[in-house]
Ligand binder design. Structure first.
Ligand SMILES: [Zn+2]
Length: 320
């Protein structure tokens, strides 16, 4: 079902059957006076997502050869149908940083490296099956500050690393409109990706601080709704959330002698409908481990935890 949000601005859902995210909000800006149309994000590379995407495009009378597609970031639930859209004749746009990062660090390598964080083989095998890496399509690369003009909107690319290294929000100052991608979600906290050699939580918190200064009347998140919350109050809430999670991670590590990220994740609290860590859907164990590791790395780089490699090659954390 299509919803009109403002002049020339529409949204429809791409439903996820298995992900707790529920659905992706696909946004469309119809070009004025015969100009090109813009579509934002595309869902997973699954038949259901592709059907929802094509149905929404048909209902909005988007012609692929007249449609530009912008990806807020290079995660599977956003770029999953990039190849299909390219084959249909759409022009694709993505942040150079995200594209280059995910091309240089292919998914298989990231998954294989996670054995040092204690991720068991069964989970690594499950995750290595994911499809839709950026290298499969050829986008136009965008930089911070680039402006996308469609349907009377001038949307500026705001670099907000943290959820991914090159995540973009789009900001339109005239209408005080922010497409937040997965940088700010309202009834779920965005997952912080762990990336080797980087402190992604530090980047994420910096990006929250950065966008907290924008005046936003309409926030358009990548998943779910806003629940009536203001953009500014949600940004503050997310900052507080991570402060609390950092303290929790410190306590979890202090309670054990030493811990790798996978073990620590099993001891953190998660708002998920699973009775115990054993009952977690397998893919959620992966994201929980990455999220925990991002917090552990932040605590290490800020001198609040010690990180070392043990004689089995595991990356372990312990209290200072
Ligand atoms: Zn997402």
């Amino acid at each position: 079902m299509i919803r009109k949000l403002a002049d020339n601005l529409y949204t429809f859902r791409i439903n996820f059957k298995k992900s707790p995210l529920g659905w992706l909000n696909c946004y469309v800006i119809k070009g004025s006076k015969g100009g090109r149309d813009l579509l934002v994000d595309s869902g997973f590379n699954t038949p259901q997502c592709l059907k929802d995407l094509k149905d929404g495009m048909a209902e909005l009378e988007l012609k692929p050869e007249n449609t530009d597609v912008f990806f807020t970031h290079a995660h599977f639930d956003h770029i999953g149908n990039a190849n299909a859209l390219q084959e249909m004749g759409c022009r694709l746009f993505i942040s150079r940083l995200d594209y280059e990062f995910y091309c240089a660090a292919p998914w298989e390598k990231q998954v294989a490296n996670s054995c040092k964080d204690g991720v068991p083989e069964e989970l690594r095998e499950f995750m290595s099956d994911r499809k839709g890496v950026p290298g499969d399509f050829r986008p136009v690369m965008l930089e911070e500050g680039d402006i996308l003009n469609y349907g009377g909107y001038a949307l500026r690319c705001i670099l907000t690393p943290g959820h991914t290294p090159g995540h973009f929000c789009l900001y339109e100052p005239k209408d005080k409109l922010m497409l937040t991608g997965d940088h700010v979600l309202f009834d779920i906290s965005p997952n912080i990706t762990y990336i080797e050699g980087k402190d992604m939580l530090e980047d994420y918190l910096g990006s929250l601080e950065k966008i907290s200064h924008f005046e936003v009347d309409m926030a358009l998140p990548g998943h779910r709704g806003t629940g009536g919350k203001s953009f500014r109050s949600r940004v503050q809430e997310l900052l507080r959330h991570h402060e609390a999670r950092l303290r929790e991670a410190e306590r979890v590590v202090a309670a054990g002698d030493h811990m790798c990220a996978y073990e620590a994740a099993a001891h953190m609290s998660w708002s998920i409908r699973a009775k115990s860590w054993e009952d977690f859907p397998i893919s959620q164990k992966w994201y929980a481990t990455g999220e925990t590791l991002a917090h552990l790395v932040y605590l290490h780089t800020h001198g609040r935890l010690v990180n070392y490699t043990d004689d089995r090659g595991l990356s372990e954390f312990r209290s200072v």
